[in-house]
Design a binder for this molecule. Structure first.
Ligand code: KG4
Ligand code: ZN
Length: 357
């Protein structure tokens, strides 16, 4: 049995969690807390890095104390202390990284510097029916839209990606266009609930292949964003209020359709029977429902991260750390820094005594 404390401050949520992994692989979240800064950043229409770092410094110590207390563990008895060290806002990442390394040194515990996207991928293990490799993952967050094949041995291959905006970014930009505030995903979902999703015809953003035809699994959301802008400009020429619900529902529907169709097609083409969906946009109700329904129709088992662990949280970072501990990975050097970017397929390099950054 392994237990870890995990910290996450890569963007605008400060989070801490304590988790335990049983011998049979089951993972329990003993305590998980998030202090969101969303309201403060909403004033500026997006995340202000300097504000984010300062708020993390203020919030994280209290969160650590609260989760350790709630879980009833002693820091000195943990198997490791984990923190996200890449990718994200450098100043923000620094807060969890320094806190995690300090606690690890103080209590003489191993430190694991976790890749944020490895955390999102591990979030599905916190659900009732964790998948078993091989499976295809649709990772849809604020910064990433990717299809990743996870092989039997855990090896990862990226099979699809967005060529411009990530799906979450498209939600955020379109929400701003519609005057719905930040973050855009939950705002659009709320307004779309009563809308007619078939009212506006919007483009599905395809990526052309050099030899003709289209890339079957890649995405583009910038054309959709422009189409939304044009539609809104045309509607504004008459004095009626904007049909916000119909606009939001039509947008949400086309994003869900594109993600569902290309993901299931990719799974089928690669002979994979399981599809996993993780990341902030995986919290979207219409997308969850559509992926589950269509997966069922096509004989593909769909596992989605629990709602509470789709958007950024520390439990998913703890889950990734526990999976690494289970594989006897080496720990991360206390000399390790943080990196704004680092490729997911080179995440192994983080768990070495010789840090890559
Ligand atoms: O995974 P996440 O919390 O942070 C990143 O690592 O990027 O994802 C945040 C993104 C934001 O773009 C937000 O608008 C989107 O996830 N999001 C949603 C929903 N909740 C969050 N998008 C659609 N529907 C939602 N319910
Ligand atoms: Zn994230």
């Amino acid at each position: 049995m392994h237990a870890v404390l995990a910290l996450e401050t890569s963007c605008d949520e400060s989070a801490a969690a304590v988790l335990r992994r049983h011998g049979d692989g089951r993972i329990d979240v003993l305590a998980s807390r998030i202090a969101s800064q969303v309201e403060e950043h909403a004033r500026w229409g997006g995340v202000v890095p300097e504000i984010a770092s300062r708020r993390h410094v203020e919030a994280l110590p209290g969160l650590v104390e609260a989760v350790v207390d709630e879980a009833g563990v002693a820091l000195g008895q943990l198997d490791a202390i984990a923190a996200t060290i890449t990718p994200g806002l450098a100043g923000a990442l620094m807060v969890a990284s320094v806190t995690g390394r300090t606690l690890a040194a103080l209590h003489q515990r191993p430190f694991l510097g976790v890749h944020h996207l490895e955390g999102h991928l591990a979030s599905v293990m916190l659900g009732d029916a964790p998948p078993q490799a091989p499976y295809l993952v649709l990772l849809v967050s604020g910064g990433h839209t990717e299809l990743i094949l996870v092989a039997y041995d855990g090896g990862m291959t990226r099979l699809g990606r967005s060529h411009d905006d990530a799906a979450g970014e498209a939600f955020d930009k379109v929400a701003r266009l519609l005057g719905l505030g930040y973050p855009g995903g939950p705002a659009i979902q709320a307004v779309a609930e009563t809308g007619d999703a078939t009212r506006f015809r919007l483009p599905k953003g395809r990526i052309s292949l050099p030899g003709g035809g289209f890339h079957p699994y890649d995405f583009s959301f910038s054309g959709l964003k422009t189409a939304m802008l044009r539609t809104v400009e045309t509607l504004r020429q008459n004095p009626d209020p904007l049909p916000l619900a119909d606009l939001a529902a039509s947008f949400e529907q086309v994003v869900a359709d594109v993600l569902v169709q290309r993901s299931l097609r990719c799974a089928e083409d690669h002979g994979v029977q399981q599809l996993v969906m993780v990341g902030g946009v995986a919290a979207n109700r219409r997308l969850r429902q559509s992926m589950l329904e269509q997966g069922k129709q096509r004989g593909i088992t769909v596992s989605i991260a629990p709602l509470a662990f789709c958007t950024d949280n520390a439990a998913m970072i703890g889950a990734a750390a526990l999976l690494r501990l289970g594989q006897n990975t080496e720990c991360t050097s206390l000399e390790s820094g943080v990196a704004a970017r680092w490729p997911l397929d080179q995440a192994n390099a983080l768990y070495t005594p010789d840090p890559p950054f």
